[in-house]
Design a protein around this ligand. Structure first.
Ligand SMILES: Nc1ncnc2c1ncn2[C@@H]1O[C@H](COP(=O)(O)OP(=O)(O)OP(=O)(O)O)[C@@H](O)[C@H]1O
Ligand SMILES: [Mg+2]
Length: 282
């Protein structure tokens, strides 16, 4: 069995080894100079490169308190998004409690030290992404993960991320036809998440949807819960309430009520709210 000191020593050894590689390689990997990476994170990035998951970290896309998202290049030249979970603040621990309380798979993680909690959280996001992608919901395709890092498809072009739904609206570019299409797709995705992936996103809003080529992409899925989670229905209602508030009040669409949408999803009858879904189009 390893004790923490052994692991630290192992990390130091690994670090020393990797930095004995020609410097050009490090430059190749980190185009961005980042002081925010601690040793285990640098090692994890090196490991991902060794596994050929990513070639170069290009630049920061988003720098949140707990996680940073980077634009990266894959070995085949395609664009990637790399989400790195850094520090679990007290605020973060508080904010995730409602998603894990009552879920025996995760309740215990709340007392983990920061880096371990973040690794569990990254793994949770990766596995949620996989389930969602498999259910054919528009999410960034998950590519690989290691420790506190997940690698996924980049939503955008040439390192420029696609706008969030909120930003599209603020730019005055959410015309009625596009808004209706996106609203209907999002409800359909919530439905597919519920019935096919057996998940509820739990933090769905105009801030966690990107719009790319006229299509909505749902992001930020670490907190998603299984449908048998004790808070699943409350979280489902909250997600729908956010969508109804945004599309109804802010965008000004005439849309069904939260109750009508809840019922239609739970009774598997989206037509009630005027939404056709693929299965019925066949
Ligand atoms: N796959 C992706 N491709 C391109 N950009 C992305 C991708 N995933 C996330 N982003 C960008 O990074 C931002 C932060 O991502 P995300 O919401 O997953 O992280 P977060 O730490 O929870 O941030 P926040 O607290 O701002 O919600 C997003 O708003 C989006 O602009
Ligand atoms: Mg977010």
């Amino acid at each position: 069995m390893f004790c923490l000191d052994d692991i630290e020593r192992e990390i130091d050894r690994e670090m020393a080894k990797s930095f004995k590689e020609p410097r050009i390689k490090d430059k190749d990997l980190f185009e961005v100079v980042e002081e925010v990476f601690d040793k285990p994170t640098v090692l994890a990035i090196l490991e991902l490169r060794k596994r050929k998951c990513l070639k170069t970290l290009k630049g920061v896309v988003s720098a949140g308190k707990e996680a940073r998202v980077y634009w990266a290049k894959a070995f085949d030249g395609s664009d990637l998004a790399v989400k790195i979970y850094l520090t679990a603040t007290a605020e973060f621990r508080k904010s995730i409690w409602k998603y894990i309380q009552g879920d025996p798979r995760y309740e215990w993680v709340i007392s983990l030290p920061s880096h371990k909690l973040m690794s569990v959280w990254a793994r949770k996001e990766f596995s949620n992404l996989k389930r969602m992608f498999k259910a054919r919901v528009n999410v960034p395709e998950p590519i690989c993960f290691h420790r506190n890092i997940i690698v996924m498809r980049f939503i955008g072009e040439n390192g420029v991320r696609a706008p969030l739904l909120k930003e599209v609206h603020e730019a005055g570019e959410l015309e009625e036809e596009l808004a209706i299409k996106i609203f209907q797709k999002l409800i359909y995705f919530v439905y597919k998440l519920y019935w096919d992936a057996k998940l509820v996103h739990g933090d769905l809003s105009e801030y966690n949807v990107m719009v790319f080529n006229g299509e909505p992409y749902i992001i930020d899925v670490s907190q998603a819960v299984l449908t048998d989670h004790p808070n699943a229905l409350d979280l489902l209602r909250r997600d729908i309430t956010n969508l109804v508030r945004f599309f109804g009040e802010e965008v000004g669409l005439e849309i069904p009520s939260v109750d009508e949408i809840m019922d239609s999803i739970l009774t598997k009858n989206l037509q009630v709210v005027g939404i056709e879904h693929e299965d019925e189009r066949k």
